[in-house]
Design a protein. Structure first.
Lengths: 287, 336
């Protein structure tokens, strides 16, 4: 029983390692694609050619040479659009994820450690936020703010800060009850200094895991907003926009939907598996 | 007495939450520059026409004033008039609510079934290749949100292997004898199984897309608590009595393991309902969420308000029910 438990733990650890490296590998590919898109994309992602509409991918009969993954209904190169779409997806992931993390973790930390009326106000806000349908709220916000990258980022921050605040608040509360915090206070440390030097380092692993997960969520939210035609502009190469177009012509040109969908799928999976893998790493029980 | 006070407190916080939601939506949709009325009138409309309709809808007043008028109406059951449909918001919203409720409940049932089966087979095959396979499948199902599952299902079972409908709630050419909008429910009551099959075929993929992530959560948590329960003395006792593994899991362990899962399902069910918004859009399913997106695009302010409030009411009601159910089912609280 003991040995099988140790085996199982070893297996879980190995599996977690593989997950971590595979996800990191795919994300590295996406980052490279985003950075190098203007140089490695074979075509201009915005260039339309109505004579080359809905050309199948290179290995299907009737393909047009040079368009590896085929073209959409306006004759734009699917592959080049996916590469350029990576730039928008990653920008949203990093900027929106980062700001959401900063706002949510700060509020959570304050609520969990300072308690009192600060906690009451922040908790009540979280309650209200939890009663909103998040997708509808984000669509509403972007519609109000007007299309554009900044609107998407603001919408994600406004909606998802609770994801961080809820978890960080609970963790900070748990840490705040521990002896070492009391000793720091007795030693004459200020509240703010205790919060930043004692509590924050202890909840940081959780925050990092949440941030990784949030990046995946941000990519999805951008795709959903593009899907309902509210993202940057109808012309911009976004994965969600491509998927929306592909959905309408799925019976005539499956590739317009399939390739951006696979890219989005793998990217979201990679972010989430990276988060899970990091969680296992940070988890002292498994370590 | 203590229980009574707890319930009162709970109702009060719920009221505060709903008021907060109402105020936020109300302000957010009104800070947009531009007049929503101007959009709905034909190009030839005069300024006088715009002004008359603006006054009729109350958009010429200050936001707090508008809110008071609206809130007063709501307390009397009047949610205002939709700008685009020119019908009472309440009628429109209640007309679409059954479609969304049926979809959500079907998804919930599917999630419980899938998650339950995954947890039970995982427990049955613990520490073996079977458990590893279930863990991997669970991890995948958890990482990918409903929106992507919906697209994948459209491709697999709508296009590649067209088993199900991928658009709408029912085939438009069919004659519907229904008096309510609970199509699925009423088709069973009327024993119209031809219609029932058509409705299920339309609902199956969107419901499955909503169910998959929840099924993974249920599967994971239930398996975890089953695992803990399986080591308890009373389960060992059942084993020594000579009961088979299936009996031990289903009749003994499951009973105790299910409570923590139940609480979680409640919270997650509200996320599932929130997910119907985009899933209904994806499958052109004529529910509340699809109407909400149209309302946002058309800037139909009264309708947006009504729908968001209704969603908030549903969410808080689900949470309230779960808490009650937990109190009823948990023996410690019941006899405490």
């Amino acid at each position: 029983m003991v040995s099988s438990g140790a085996d199982a733990r070893g297996m879980i650890k190995r599996r977690a390692g593989v997950k971590l490296w595979l996800s990191a590998g795919w994300l590295a590919v996406v980052v490279l694609a985003a950075l190098l898109a203007p140089w490695i994309a074979p075509k201009d992602p915005l260039m339309q050619d109505l004579f080359l509409g809905r050309m199948p991918p290179a290995w299907v009969a009737g393909a047009e040479p040079g368009y590896w993954l085929g073209t959409d209904s306006l004759g734009r190169d699917v592959f080049s659009r996916i590469l350029h779409g990576a730039r928008i997806a990653l920008t949203v992931a990093v900027v929106a994820g980062g700001i959401t993390c900063l706002v949510g973790a700060t509020l959570g930390l304050m609520a969990g450690f300072l308690r009192g009326w600060v906690d009451v106000v922040i908790s009540r806000l979280i309650d209200i936020w939890m009663a909103f349908p998040p997708v509808l709220f984000s669509i509403l916000l972007v519609a109000v703010l007007g299309p554009g990258l900044h609107s998407i980022i603001i919408a994600i921050v406004v909606i998802d800060w609770t994801r961080f605040a809820r978890v960080v608040r609970a963790e900070a509360m748990g840490q705040g009850a521990m002896d070492y915090v009391a000793s720091a206070q007795v030693a004459g440390r200020g509240r703010l200094s205790t919060m930043l030097t004692e509590i924050l380092p202890n909840v940081l692993p959780t925050i990092i895991v949440l941030l990784t997960l949030e990046m995946g969520i941000a990519v999805i939210v951008e795709a959903i907003l593009s899907f309902v035609n509210l993202s940057i502009s109808t012309d911009a190469p976004t994965w969600g926009g491509m998927i929306a177009e592909g959905r309408t012509s799925v019976h005539q040109a499956w590739w317009v939907l399939v390739f951006p969908l696979i890219t989005l799928f793998l990217t979201v999976l990679a972010f989430s598996q990276l988060g899970e893998g990091l969680k296992d790493r940070f988890d002292p029980v498994l370590r | 007495m203590q229980l009574f006070r707890a319930v009162l407190l709970r109702l009060a916080t719920t009221a505060v939450t709903l008021l907060g939601v109402a105020i936020i939506v109300f302000v957010v949709i009104r800070v947009v520059p531009g007049n929503p009325i101007a959009m709905m009138l034909p190009p030839g409309a005069t300024d006088a026409d715009v002004a008359r309709l603006t006054a009729q809808y109350g958009f010429d007043k200050s936001i707090p004033h508008q809110f008071l008028i609206w809130a007063g109406g709501v307390l009397r059951g009047d949610f205002g008039l939709s700008i685009t449909a020119r019908q009472p918001v309440l009628d429109l919203v209640l007309g679409r609510l059954p479609a969304t409720l049926e979809l959500s409940v079907m998804a919930l049932v599917m999630a419980c079934l899938l998650g339950g089966v995954a947890a039970l087979t995982g427990t049955r095959a613990r520490e073996g290749a079977g458990e590893a396979a279930i863990d991997v499948a669970n991890g995948m199902a958890l990482s990918i949100p409903d929106f992507l599952w919906g697209l994948i299902l459209v491709l697999l079972f709508g296009v590649l292997w067209p088993l199900f409908h991928i658009s709408g709630r029912v085939t438009p050419s069919l004659e519907l004898p229904f008096v309510t909008n609970f199509y699925l429910f009423e088709s069973v009551l009327r024993l119209r199984f031809d219609l029932w099959a058509d409705i299920v075929s339309h609902m199956f993929l969107p419901a499955l897309a909503l169910a998959i992530p929840l099924a993974a959560i249920i599967g994971q948590l239930l398996k975890q608590s089953l695992k803990e329960t399986m080591h308890l003395d009373y389960v060992t006792l059942a084993r020594t009595k000579g009961y088979g593994e299936n009996h031990v899991i289903l009749r003994e362990a499951l009973r105790n393991a299910i409570l923590p899962t139940l609480t979680l399902v409640g919270v997650q069910f509200t996320f599932l309902i929130g997910g119907t918004v985009i899933i209904e859009r994806l499958f052109s399913y004529e529910g509340l969420g699809n109407m909400a997106i149209d309302a946002v695009i058309n800037r139909d302010l009264p309708l947006i308000q009504g729908i968001v409030i209704l969603f908030a009411v549903i969410f808080t009601a689900v949470n309230l029910c779960v808490d009650l159910l937990y109190a009823v089912l948990n023996p410690r609280l019941r006899h405490g």
